[in-house]
Design a protein around this ligand. Sequence first.
Ligand code: AP5
Ligand code: MG
Length: 199
Amino acid sequence: MAPVDLNALREAKLPVVWVLGGPGSGKGTQCDKIIAQYGFTHLSTGDLLRAEVASGSDRGKNLTAIMERGELVPNDVVLDLLKEAMLTKVATSKGFLIDGYPREKDQGIAFEKEILPCTIILYFDASEDTLTKRLLGRALSSGRADDNEETIKLRLQTFLKNNDLVLALYPEKLKRINAEASVDEIFNQVQSEMNAIVS
Ligand code: AP5
Ligand code: MG
């Protein structure tokens, strides 16, 4: 990729919310509600990767196999996609919801060094049992290549291997949300955290 000029992002000084949690914890569901209420720009790294695959680009060619194995795609690919997407939105954005990133500790370090500091982390905390049930439910209709029993197990393993190491780096920014509750109850918790960072 050609180098991108990130000055516009740095100068805009917009809030950045990292939205984290296991596969199926409700990141996308809650982001839809946050957009409706707060008008932030939602960028899901999973969605960006699936769009890259669908575009037929060279960069997208190897990604499907990695995602079907429930593994993480290389950090530079994800960070480049995020930078490009953030730059296209910066002029009109009120803030960014970065959904599904960082999934591994070096991703967080690179983001803050190269783009912007994260303002808070919304972490959706749910048991493995709950995550598996939700994903198996969604598998019936999602059409996602990684929504099948075997890949769901692998996605959970990847998450469990990395998650504590990521969260441990940000004790002050970390906002733990109990994600076992109903969508609306979870959103009540989310609102308390979002209200504290928007003026
Ligand atoms: P990604 O697309 O981000 O998948 P994921 O993290 O596995 O999470 P999901 O999108 O499946 O779940 P979600 O938390 O958004 O939950 P949702 O709201 O949909 O990533 C896919 C792959 O891309 C990764 O495995 C990896 O290979 C790659 N990738 C992505 N980011 C990467 C990165 N940073 N680095 C490297 N690789 C990366 O909800 C799930 C279901 O539950 C829905 O049916 C929903 O209706 C239901 N539900 C939601 N909330 C509730 C509730 N409170 N009660 C009951 N049901 C609920
Ligand atoms: Mg999602």
